[in-house]
Design a protein around this ligand. Structure first.
Ligand code: NAP
Ligand code: MG
Length: 489
């Protein structure tokens, strides 16, 4: 350990920690050279393929299929066949058994899947290990429990499945978003065709293996890989009854337009620009941890990230000083190192977008700050960044950056905090930090956001519904609410 640094009356802290690296073993996961499409319980050799890479090194990991119209067609047909010929008529308790089996296999293979998630997506292993995997398994356990209790969830209604669900997920929580989509769909008796994001197909393909391992009847889950065009074909396929999408507002809007009038059911979970509001009576150290978790968790690739910090003017200097000090301790680097706090940016395209918006922040007059931090030479990296002097009109206060970039604004009164927090086209989440319970309730009541966290941030539970207001989308995932999207009216 190097020298100690003494700050005011506080205990001395090391001026720099020299951590030894603590890499997770990469060889617990075996990646095939080439993956097919998983259709009707079998691997189908794709006509076209592309290479998926490790964003931390830009090394190729595997070849995966680029599903064509005929291949999308085949996957939807397999899902239809499985729906008509068995799955939807299976006694609900039998369906539940498969879901429990999948949940247990996810737990058993958690370490391997966590490594695969970090390799293909760039997120720190401590997050894939401690957040993504446990939550993915928990979703399957949770919805397994509902499968034979749907009549209790919806009394006086005969809950029936809708049919074939086309599901499209993003790259920020690949396996967890898959679990959010597949678990309630199967619990309600639907079959699915799922398309993972182009940059992060590998855990979805590993999930296909898990379906085989669980003896899930062929065609109940189909995984097709490919780019946005494959997604569009799935959405527009005439034999898909329900579409579930998580991703950008732009694509969500296009999807809503394309299926309007078709009778297909749709849920959209889109972007966000959440306010994290810190009042002057908040426990400052806890709030600083919450701010850090809110924006730097998963490199800020989080739709509900607390990307706008609203701090009460009277404590702004103190909060900022402590926040900057905390940010200097964040470790950026190898996603497979157990000490890493901030991993790689998911793709070159996303890095470009973060750079572009950060440059716009500077040119519009906000003050940019990052702690000193050395970034690896290869791969896609972005240092944790903070902007002060941000006005509500700045692009960095309005647009989703989807990276480790925090915009700081101040307020004087609770009414001003609410007004600024709601001054956004989005409405996915928000945070409130205060010692006062009555203030938490009063403010939460006025915030136009699907989830409001109080004295915490980015907490998820399968029993808790999640979804947006305004341009953050519609429909809820998670909880009993999440079943509704997969049941016929
Ligand atoms: P995106 O294009 O919306 O991607 C989400 C998913 O939709 C991916 O599987 C994507 O496939 C697919 N897709 C793309 N075009 C489609 C279409 N026309 N029809 C059907 N599916 C389509 O998001 P992105 O380009 O990865 O990221 C752009 C921005 O979106 C980010 O900077 C961020 O602000 C936001 N975003 C939000 C979330 C969220 O959780 N709310 C997640 C990711 C991104 P490909 O992967 O092949 O493009
Ligand atoms: Mg895209």
């Amino acid at each position: 350990m190097s020298e100690l640094e003494r700050k005011q009356e506080r205990a001395p802290v090391p001026a720099g920690w020299d951590y030894a690296s603590a890499p997770e073993a990469r060889d617990i996961v075996s990646i095939r050279e080439r993956y097919g499409l998983y259709v009707g319980g079998d691997w189908v050799e794709p006509a076209e393929a592309y290479t998926t890479i490790d964003p931390a090194s830009e090394e190729p990991l595997a070849e995966v299929g680029q599903a064509s119209p005929a291949e999308v067609d085949g996957a939807v047909a397999a899902a239809r066949d499985a729906f008509e010929n068995g799955w939807s008529d299976l006694p609900a308790a039998e369906r539940a058994k498969y879901l429990f089996r999948i949940a247990r296999i996810l737990q058993e293979r958690a370490r391997e899947l966590a490594v695969l998630e970090s390799l293909n997506g760039g997120k720190p292993i401590k997050e894939s290990r401690d957040v993504d995997l446990p939550l993915a398994a928990a979703h399957f356990f949770y919805y397994a429990g509902w499968a034979d209790k749907l009549e209790y969830a919806y009394p006086n209604r005969k809950p029936r499945p809708i049919g074939v669900a086309g599901q499209i997920i993003p790259w920020n929580f690949p396996l967890l978003m898959l679990a959010w989509k597949i678990a309630p769909a199967l619990a309600a008796g639907n079959t699915v065709v799922l398309k993972p994001a182009e940059t992060t197909p590998l855990t979805a393909l590993a999930f296909a293996d898990i379906c085989q391992q669980a003896d899930l009847p062929p065609g109940v889950v189909n995984i097709i890989t490919g780019g946005g065009e494959t997604g569009r074909m799935l959405v527009e396929h005439s034999d898909v009854d329900k579409v579930a999408f998580t991703g950008s507002t732009e694509v969500g809007r296009a999807i809503a337009r394309s299926i309007a009038g078709t009778g297909k059911r749709l849920t959209l979970e889109l972007g966000g620009k959440a306010a994290n509001i810190v009042f002057d009576d908040a426990p400052i150290d806890q709030a600083v941890e919450g701010i850090v978790n809110g924006i730097f968790f998963n490199q800020g690739h989080v739709c509900c990230a607390g990307s706008r910090l609203l701090v009460q003017e009277s404590v702004a200097d103190e909060v900022l000083a402590r926040l900057k000090r905390r940010m200097t301790t964040l470790r950026v680097g190898d996603p497979l190192d157990k000490n890493t706090d901030i991993g790689a940016i998911n793709s070159a395209a996303q890095l470009e977008r973060i750079r572009e918006l950060s440059a716009a922040g500077e040119s519009e007059g906000a003050d940019r700050w990052s702690p000193p931090c050395e970034l690896p030479a290869r791969g896609f990296w972005f240092a944790p960044t903070l902007f002060t002097g941000v006005s509500q009109a700045h692009r960095i206060a309005r647009e989703e950056i989807f990276g480790p970039v925090l915009s700081v604004l101040t307020f004087r009164t609770p009414a001003e905090a609410v007004e600024k927090a709601n001054n956004t086209p989005y409405g996915l989440s928000a945070g409130v930090w205060t010692e006062k319970g009555s203030r938490i309730l009063a403010i939460a009541d006025k915030l136009r956001a699907g989830v409001v966290w109080a004295n915490t941030f980015n907490k998820f539970d399968p029993a808790s519904p999640f979804g947006g207001y305004k341009e953050s989308g519609y429909g809820r995932e998670g909880g009993r609410h999440g079943l509704e999207a997969y049941l016929a009216h």
